[in-house]
Design a protein around this ligand. Structure first.
Ligand code: PLP
Length: 402
């Protein structure tokens, strides 16, 4: 059976089921096109996407500025590796450093979140001459060998067996549990500053400040995995340096997801003192820093600036929180900006399904009671109102089913 133009939904589904490894639980949507916060299926039905294509569509789907930049770059040169200089890469690196906290002055480009984390941990080992890495229970860092070994969340770590040695887990938010592990074998402490998959868990500002102090005292590299929290999601460019994070700036920030508006781009933002210890050939990847990726990346940051999306995130978050306060089914709204976890008395999976029936896409998490929202940064108040109305109906329909 071969795919042909104009195939029907059932054929598309059947083809994917037949030919793709069955590693994903999919929603019954055949995605055809997108615009801003809306995703359209091949029947022309539109869905409000509050999951942002897996936290990737930060600028919204197919932002015109990003699409135009990709078209322009595609006409010039699709790719050449880091063995040559490139204006697209030079401008992208400068742009990222410009918006980063002051001490983070160097960039390494790669292709995904897991790869950014692998490289961050390697840099920490090279810089310190030590091997071990402390991460946190509930943290998720990716699925390649070192990153999955650093992931102490549910079944994930076991999937990576035999794990890379030297990974230990502390309790998120508990500084004492970190102190106990932070001996002179430790190269890095790595954390998602807001644990997303665990159900959107955030610590007190003092926790982040305590980690910074501990790392300084014991010569440990502090790595923030901002694959989800970075690039404006919290209403600031990064969680690093924010008031909610005690103004703490780590030694390395890892980034991916929304960085390229859908074109795979990963990056490590690195402090000078770490960068000084990294030599030729210590890190590398063929596709990292390729021209199409760099064009997407620069245009993404420009779109966020031009459309004033950081201010939008903060304003619309406030409106969303206010509106959600009228729903008694919600026990808590955790997180910051557009990384929010809505805690329900009942199962989040039921609410997720009921919302999908109303053509609203949300996310679940490893906490069965938490529904996650990771919408594009351009989500506006009228769309929030539509969501809240639909959520009220969804809650009612779930209660009726019980
Ligand atoms: C916090 C965090 N780190 C790392 C990753 C891995 O990113 P990727 O899937 O691009 O490898 C993810 C992916 O969900 C993530 O949420």
């Amino acid at each position: 059976m071969k795919a042909e133009a104009g195939i029907e939904l059932k054929d598309t589904v059947a083809l994917e089921e037949q030919y793709q490894l069955a590693t994903y639980k999919k929603m019954p949507i055949v995605a055809e096109r997108g615009a801003g916060v809306w995703l359209y299926d091949d029947d022309g039905q539109k869905y409000l996407d509050l999951y942002g294509g897996h936290a990737v569509a930060g600028t919204g789907h197919s932002h015109p500025h990003v699409v135009a930049a990709l078209r322009e770059q595609a006409d010039k040169l699709l790719f050449y590796s880091n063995l040559v200089y490139s204006e697209a890469r030079a401008r992208a690196a400068e742009k990222l450093v410009t918006v980063a906290p002051d001490s983070l002055a160097k960039v390494f480009f790669c292709n995904s979140g897991t790869e950014a984390n692998e490289n961050a941990m390697r840099m920490a080992r090279l810089a310190t001459g030590r091997a071990n890495v402390i991460t946190f229970s509930g943290g998720f860092h990716g699925r390649t060998a070192d990153a999955i070994s650093a992931t102490f969340l549910g079944k994930y770590r076991d999937l990576g067996k035999p794990n890379v040695p030297g990974h230990v887990a502390a309790e998120f938010g508990d500084l004492e549990s970190v102190r106990r592990l932070a001996d002179d074998s430790v190269a890095a402490i790595m954390l998602e500053p807001i644990q997303s998959m665990a159900g959107v868990r955030m610590a007190a500002p003092e926790f982040y400040a305590g980690l910074r102090q501990l790392c300084d005292e014991r010569g440990i590299v502090l790595i923030y995995d901002e694959v989800q929290t970075g690039v404006g999601r919290t209403g600031e460019w990064f969680f690093a340096g924010s008031a909610a994070g005690g103004r703490v700036v780590p030694d390395v920030i890892t980034l991916a997801k929304a960085l390229g508006s859908g074109i795979p781009v990963g990056a490590c933002l690195v402090a000078e003192k770490i960068a000084a210890k990294i030599n030729e050939n210590d890190l590398g990847t063929t596709f990292g820093g390729g021209m199409m990726a760099m064009a997407a990346f620069s245009a993404t940051l420009e779109a966020i600036e031009q459309d004033d999306m950081l201010a939008n995130v903060s304003a619309v978050e406030a409106h969303l929180r206010e509106s959600l306060a009228s729903l008694p089914e919600i026990l808590e709204v955790a997180g910051k900006g557009f990384l929010l976890g809505l805690r329900f008395k009942g199962k989040a999976a039921d609410i997720h399904r009921a919302l999908l029936e109303r053509r609203i896409i949300t996310g679940t998490s490893s906490d069965p009671n938490v529904l996650r929202l990771l919408p594009p940064l351009c989500l506006a108040k009228p769309e929030v109102d539509l969501f809240v109305t639909s959520l009220r109906e969804a809650c009612e329909s779930c209660e009726q089913r019980l």
